[in-house]
Write a protein that binds this ligand. Structure first.
Ligand code: BES
Ligand code: MN
Ligand code: MN
Length: 456
């Protein structure tokens, strides 16, 4: 391990340079204009695996390519599958970035760029750790397989068929994902729960073209008014979602878990300061951490139609649209929720409005078992990498593939996140703390070592 440590110290700059190379590729999966950039990012990741001497493959899908790689089998010890994503969220609004999103820039110990923490920087820690082990020990203590995809940010639609068709090749004992966060600076964490998601677009169409609101208003249903009513009907004043049956399958928090959340010494004042708000609200009867990690929610992401240019225009718009999603907790089924939602919206739809509900993507929530040797190995590895033992947390974000891994490969996932809640993921000025990048690489190398100490 001393050799590895020395290698890591000597290669800090080289690792950061490699990360910056990847961050320069604008691999925005939601935007079809970036198709070639996604392929370039996939090729870059593929090139990393090739240069480590691993068997690697660029797998074509109906969407963006999947990068698969594996090291040779090692008998008598666990096999690990590392999952990550090379795609990123759109960078807009562009004028709010201090340095451009695809020109990685180092400032105050961080690297700023779209994808820095989500997930290029975090994913790369598991590549660089293997580079260090191979360069110093010549071989890995365990077999590592990599599955790096380019469609996580758009719902991972093409990876399930891949899992299905490659069950044997992907066979593993445990999955490792670094695409979550620490509890705070200097407080590394293992995440044992994620929320799921059910994401929709709603389109309402009224008259065949925009109308004068004086001539027609009051007698013709306005799609934007209807949209506002429908969206408002989704949640009541206590933060309870109003879709019939919505809470039927919710796994409630146990008292023990609520106590554990409370014991994490979450500071609400600094949370409010971090996001720049003077107050918080949410489902009545739950704390902020409970609301964020373990309760379902509804958020509108976009809402359009009519006139929003300068001055006043008296128009009765002919159409309205909205994008919104529900975060789900374990055991809620996105399909069931979609059906119930559609029924509810149709029942609220007045005469003269055509309603179209599009299911954009869905994934169930996740809870992973804590009581197994892989968790203990991960906790030891984090302590070795970060100098502090991890706390166990849940998080509110979603990683669609985790349930499919459990179902299709029969393996549980270790969610070992090196990010921070103030990394500005999905927003302007995304960053990743460079010290955490290096600690993550160190923890990753320690993880291969700890897992190698476990019998299969
Ligand atoms: N890395 C995030 C997931 C995440 C975010 C986990 C915050 C824990 C805390 C991932 O890249 C992501 O953004 N997922 C999407 C999934 C969606 C597009 C299906 C999300 O959560 O919105
Ligand atoms: Mn991510
Ligand atoms: Mn993301």
């Amino acid at each position: 391990m001393d050799d590895i440590q020395q290698y890591l110290e000597q290669h800090r700059e080289a690792f950061e340079d490699d990360l910056c190379d990847l961050l320069r590729i604008p691999s925005v999966s939601a935007d079809s204009r970036h198709r070639d950039d996604l392929r370039q990012a996939a090729n870059w990741v593929f090139g990393q695996f090739k240069s480590l001497g691993l068997a690697a493959e660029l797998v074509e899908t109906a969407g963006h390519p999947i990068v698969y790689a594996e090291s040779p089998p090692v008998d008598g010890v666990p096999t690990v599958l590392v999952y990550g994503h090379y795609d990123v969220q759109p960078p807009d609004p562009l004028d709010e970035w201090i340095s451009p999103p695809f020109e990685p820039t180092k400032r105050d110990g961080n690297v700023y760029a779209r994808g820095a923490t989500d997930d290029k920087g975090q994913m790369l820690t598991h590549v660089k750790s293997v580079q260090a082990v191979l360069a110093t020990a010549g071989k890995l203590p365990i077999q590592i397989k990599y599955l790096i995809e380019g469609e996580e940010e758009v719902g991972s639609a093409n990876i399930e068929p891949f899992l299905e068709s490659r069950r044997e090749q992907l066979a593993c004992d445990v999955i490792v994902i670094s695409d979550t966060s620490q509890f705070g600076p200097g407080r590394p964490a293992i995440t044992y729960g994620l929320r799921g998601i059910a994401y929709y677009e709603l389109r309402l169409t009224g008259p065949k073209q925009d109308l004068h609101s004086g001539t027609f208003g009051g007698a013709v249903t306005n799609p934007l008014n209807t949209m506002a009513k429908m969206l408002a009907a989704l949640v009541d004043n206590n933060g309870r979602i109003q879709i019939p049956g919505f809470y039927g399958d919710v796994v409630e928090l146990t008292d023990a878990e609520r106590e554990q959340f409370a014991a994490l010494s979450f500071n609400e004042a600094s949370f409010m300061k971090q996001i720049g708000v003077g107050g918080v609200s949410g489902e009545a009867g739950f704390t902020t951490l409970e609301r964020r990690w373990a309760r379902p929610t509804c958020d509108v992401h976009g809402f359009w139609g009519g006139y929003s240019g300068e001055g006043a225009k008296t128009v009765l718009p002919c159409r309205a649209g909205a994008k919104f999603s529900f975060r789900l907790v374990p055991n809620q089924d996105p399909k069931k929720i979609g059906e119930s939602l559609e029924q509810m919206l149709r029942s609220l739809c007045p005469p003269g409005i055509k309603l179209e509900l599009i299911d954009l993507h869905g994934a169930p929530g996740v809870l992973v078992p804590l009581d197994n040797p892989f968790m203990s190995a991960a906790a030891k590895a984090i302590e070795r990498g970060f100098g502090t033992a991890p706390v166990f947390i849940r998080e509110g974000g979603s990683i669609p593939i985790v349930n499919a891994f459990a179902e299709k490969l029969g393996a549980d996932t270790l969610l070992l996140g090196w990010g921070l809640d103030d990394d500005n993921t999905h927003s302007p000025n995304e960053k990743f703390c460079l010290a955490d990048f290096h600690r993550g690489i160190k923890a990753s190398a320690a993880l291969w070592d700890e897992l190698g100490k476990l019998g299969a």
